[in-house]
Structure formats: C-alpha cells, structure tokens
Design a protein around this ligand. Structure first.
Ligand code: SP5
Ligand code: ZN
Length: 345
C-alpha cells in the first residue's frame, strides 16, 4: 500500500487547548504522525513517499476562497499586532441571534467568524502543515485513481471537522472532501466517505449534504453527549438531491467492539448498495479504549478486524488519518487497520 507523508505536516505545533474549562497541553501533536509513520513502516505496510504539491483550484473545490485567504494570511496579520507572537484562539462566536452576514474587518473578528471551537490554535506553521496534509490526501487519492487498489494518506493535521469556510476540532482543511473531489474530477461518478473517527465528521457532512454523488456515512459518539454537539444526529440524512446520501450512526458512551461491529455492518451494507467507484475512509483511531479524550472501548486487535471488514467492500480504498490521541498505541492501532485490510484484500 502506498503511504503518503511529508515532514512539513509536523510544522503545526499547537501548545494548549481549552478542555473541561482549563487550558491543557494540546493533544493533536506532531508526535502522533511520527508514531504512525514509525508503526506503519515497521509493520511493512508499504513505502512512504512525499505528496505532490496541491494548487488553489484543488482546494477551492471544497473551500471558500476568502476562507483560504484568511488561513494563508492569518499568521502575518496576527503577529503584526504588538504583543502577539503566541498562537491564536478566538474569543467569541457568531451564534444564533448574532449576524452571520457580516464578515468582520479586524483579524480578531475574522478569527471568531471562521472558527467554531476553543481547541484549535493557529500558530506559525499551521498553514504550511494544513496545506501539506491536504496535499497528502489528494496524492493518496491520485494513487488510487492511477490504479493502486489502496493508499494511505498519513494526514496531520486532521480534516473532518473543517467545513467549507469553518475550522475547528483540530482541523483546518477537509482532507477527505478534497480527496473525494479529486476522485470525482477524474470522471468517477460516485464516492463514499466512511468516517470511523470517534467524533462526528461535521465538516465533511456539511460539505456534501445536498450532493447525490458523495455518500457520507459516520459512526461516532452521540452528539447529545459528545463533541461536536451540534451535528451528527441520526435524523440527518441529506438534503435535496442528497437526500438519503448521508447516514449517521451515533453510539453511546462505552460502546465496545460487538456493538460497534453491528453499526459497521449496517454502514457496509449501505456502501454496497451505493456501489461507489472509490471508498475514502476517514480513519480516526480515537475509538480506542484508552484514548484520553474519548469514551468508546475498541481494543488494539479490533482494529485488525475493522480493516478486514473494510476490505470486504472490495472497492479501491483511500485511508486518511483523522483523530486518535493515545499517542503510544496510535501507530499500532493504525497499522492494524491497514494490515487487517491488506490481509483480507
Ligand atoms: C479530529 C478529531 O478527533 N478532533 C477532535 C476534537 C475534539 N476536541 C474537543 C474534545 C473535548 C473533549 N473533552 C474531553 C475531556 C476529557 N476529560
Ligand atoms: Zn475524533
């Protein structure tokens, strides 16, 4: 299996995030990617190559141009202000009765306009890392388009929480959505994104909500009790032409492999019916039992079983890394999914 990764993706080095009302050390750290790289290499999953460069047009298939310009120019504008050499978090959000048609002029207002949480700092290397992570996703997609049966984009920072003009949840550019558009741009007619991250992929869902050519299926912690709280309920099924092309399977705290596996079987049945040209897996490993911010109970061998189940879909498959914060075991769990897939494929 081709593995795509660049060390430029390590340049995003968040310091702290707000959690339980306190600032804690950020969990989406460069060591995550290094652990995954080490484990997939040692497991002999495949050879690692650098991503191709990605251009603005590839990003604009998914993201708003003004949003991209904001991210690209943010650090310069932020640090031009006296006393600001530290990473940035927003101070307020445009909720409910606030206006969302006014795009603020000041950089502080723009930060609040484009961000949706207090866990996703922007620092000096953030844009460089995010754009390289997106390039990694697009390159992995292109390997499959070129005929590879599978590829692994070792994406970091992750992407599934990022919307067309919204960042948060440690995500800036929606890697899976960019990969899906890459596949569709080559003439494929249908793509499925299966999101197995512990958290609902709100950004991916929103980007494709009214689309019939991209099926989005997510198995995740119930948003009634878990982040991102405002999207991912079972009654969200798509809109307009996309009606029926979104499937959400929220699961309760403490979900273990038997219950997870039942949800996965349901998802796989829907993918079979949709018959996509390509399957993209938003591969979060934060369903692991010892994940520091999550509450499912999957164990390391379960990830082998998950990979094997995905192989039985029998479609060209692009794996893209999303979350997973138990850094010591993250690499092994990730390698297990890919190994389980290869053994069964
Ligand atoms: C890509 C991805 O997995 N993003 C996840 C973002 C979650 N951010 C906030 C989670 C808050 C969890 N609080 C748990 C506190 C444990 N005491
Ligand atoms: Zn997650």
């Amino acid at each position: 299996m081709d593995i795509i990764f660049s060390r430029d993706q390590l340049k995003h080095r968040p310091g702290q995030e707000l959690s339980d009302g306190k600032f804690i050390d950020a969990v989406e750290i460069p060591a995550r990617a290094e652990m995954v790289l080490d484990a997939v290499t040692k497991a002999g999953i495949g050879t690692v190559s650098e991503p191709d460069t990605i251009d603005r047009a590839q990003l604009e298939r998914v993201h708003d141009g003004d949003y991209l310009s904001f991210l690209d120019g943010f650090w310069k504008r932020w640090t031009e202000i006296e006393g600001r050499s530290h990473e940035a978090l927003p101070l307020c959000w445009a909720v409910r009765s606030f206006r969302s048609d006014k795009i603020p002029a000041a950089i502080d207002g723009l930060l609040s306009y484009y961000c949706f949480d207090a866990g996703t700092p922007i620092g000096a290397g953030t844009w460089s890392a995010a754009i390289t992570s997106a390039a990694t996703a697009a390159t992995a997609a292109n390997r499959v388009i070129a005929g590879a049966s599978s590829a692994f984009g070792l994406c970091r920072p992750p992407g599934h929480h990022a919307g067309r003009d919204l960042y948060g949840g440690y995500c800036f550019l929606n890697n899976a959505a960019i990969a899906a558009e890459e596949v569709l741009a080559t003439g494929a007619s249908k793509v499925t994104i299966l999101d197995v991250d512990y958290h609902h992929g709100n950004g991916t869902q929103a980007i494709f909500y009214d689309r019939a050519d991209v099926q989005f299926i997510s198995i995740h912690a119930d948003p009634a009790t878990e982040y991102p709280h405002f999207l991912g309920y079972a009654d969200e099924c798509g809109h307009g032409g996309g009606q029926g092309a979104t499937l959400n399977i929220p699961l309760p705290f403490g979900t273990d492999w038997p219950a997870y596996s039942t949800a996965l079987d349901h998802a796989l049945g829907e993918i079979d019916k949709f018959a996509p040209d390509v399957l993209i897996v938003s591969l979060g490993l934060d369903t692991y039992k010892a994940d520091p911010i999550s509450n499912f109970k999957l164990d390391t061998p379960d990830f082998l079983t998950l990979g094997a189940a995905l192989a039985r879909i029998n479609r060209p498959t692009v794996f893209l890394l999303e979350g997973g914060y138990a850094v010591d075991v993250l690499g092994t769990n990730c390698a297990n999914v890919l190994q389980g897939y290869l053994d069964e494929a």
